[in-house]
Design a protein around this ligand. Structure first.
Ligand code: CP
Length: 302
């Protein structure tokens, strides 16, 4: 049985297989309508979502299965009963657990005590399926992933961590430009760097935004992560040099601009860039669906 908890679980061949399957599902969805016939999953969210929730539910539906949404926004996992018991119950009924959680530890416990695949739909540390959809989008727009130079600009967060992990495995060169003390997780960075070294690519962290030159992709995300109630205006001064605006995109040389969404227009990204001809943000959002279909099929049918 396989899980998708961090993104480190899969080899390069397996990533490529998921991306290829997702593309085939995007091209000809009718061919896959019975892929998960009679199978089901629990979709548990401790945090809000538009894209991830919608696309996981639709992914089950489009593959002939059924996703049961469990709203945990008013009752964190482990409060009403232990996470272990929660997992043991669900695994008697469903074939997969999809979880958006505050703590990565919650997903690990679900996997430890359960008997079906667990998929990370965002935790404090990782957003692995998001990164898969992102690299699928890069492949579609630039025709390759290996050797592509990706600049993540802004707050080093779970999305940055997952761009590092998937990028290192797929052979992309990923640099994260962040203010000091807003860098991605050091342990994830170290593990991803080791994989990148073996795959002949690089993972880097940089504070100096003047070094944002000669990149293929510029990627950004919110300056304040979900669950952190700091007002965006309170961090504006620190992050302003990292705002993805036209000048920064021109400086970078990037062909495409990405954002996992939701966007905070006028903060981490300007309207001009978000709505400009280099923006592929809604392609990324669309690809969430195709990647989720491919991941569910791979893990449930394993
Ligand atoms: N990118 C992303 O995970 O979007 P949602 O929070 O809307 O699911």
């Amino acid at each position: 049985m396989r899980h998708l908890l961090t993104g480190f679980e899969f080899s390069q061949d397996e990533y490529l297989d998921i991306l290829e399957t997702a593309s085939a599902m995007k091209k000809d969805p009718a061919k896959f309508r019975q892929e998960l016939a009679g199978r089901s999953g629990a979709i548990m969210f401790e945090k809000p979502s538009l894209r991830t929730r919608t696309t996981f539910e639709l992914a089950f539906y489009r593959l002939g299965g059924h996703g049961v949404y469990l709203d945990l926004q008013n009752g964190e996992l482990g409060k009403r009963e232990t996470i272990a018991d929660y997992s043991r119950n669900l695994c008697r009924w469903v074939d997969c657990l999809v979880g958006r959680v505050f703590s990565q530890r919650t997903l690990e416990e679900l996997a430890q005590y359960g008997s079906v695949p667990v998929i990370n739909a965002l935790s404090d540390l990782y957003h692995p399926a998001q990164a898969m959809a992102d690299y699928m989008t890069i492949q579609e727009h630039l025709g390759k992933i290996k050797g592509v130079k990706v600049a993540y600009v802004g707050d080093g967060n779970n999305v940055t961590n997952s761009l590092f992990v998937a990028g290192a495995i797929l052979g992309a060169n990923v640099t994260s430009f962040n203010p000091e003390n807003c860098t991605p997780d050091a342990v994830v960075f170290s593990k991803a760097s080791e994989i990148a070294r073996k795959n002949g690519c690089t993972i880097a962290v940089e504070n100096d935004i003047s070094k944002l030159k000669d990149f293929d992709v510029v990627y950004t995300d919110t300056w304040v992560s979900m669950g952190d109630n700091t007002p965006l205006d309170a961090v504006r001064k620190k992050f302003n040099p990292y705002q993805v605006n036209k000048d920064l995109v021109d400086q970078s040389g990037a062909q495409i601009v990405m954002h996992c969404l939701p966007a905070h227009r006028g903060y981490e990204i300007t309207d001009e860039v978000m709505d400009g001809n280099k923006s592929v943000v809604f392609d990324e959002a669309e690809n969430r669906l195709h990647i989720h279909m491919a991941v569910l099929a791979k893990l449930i049918n394993a």
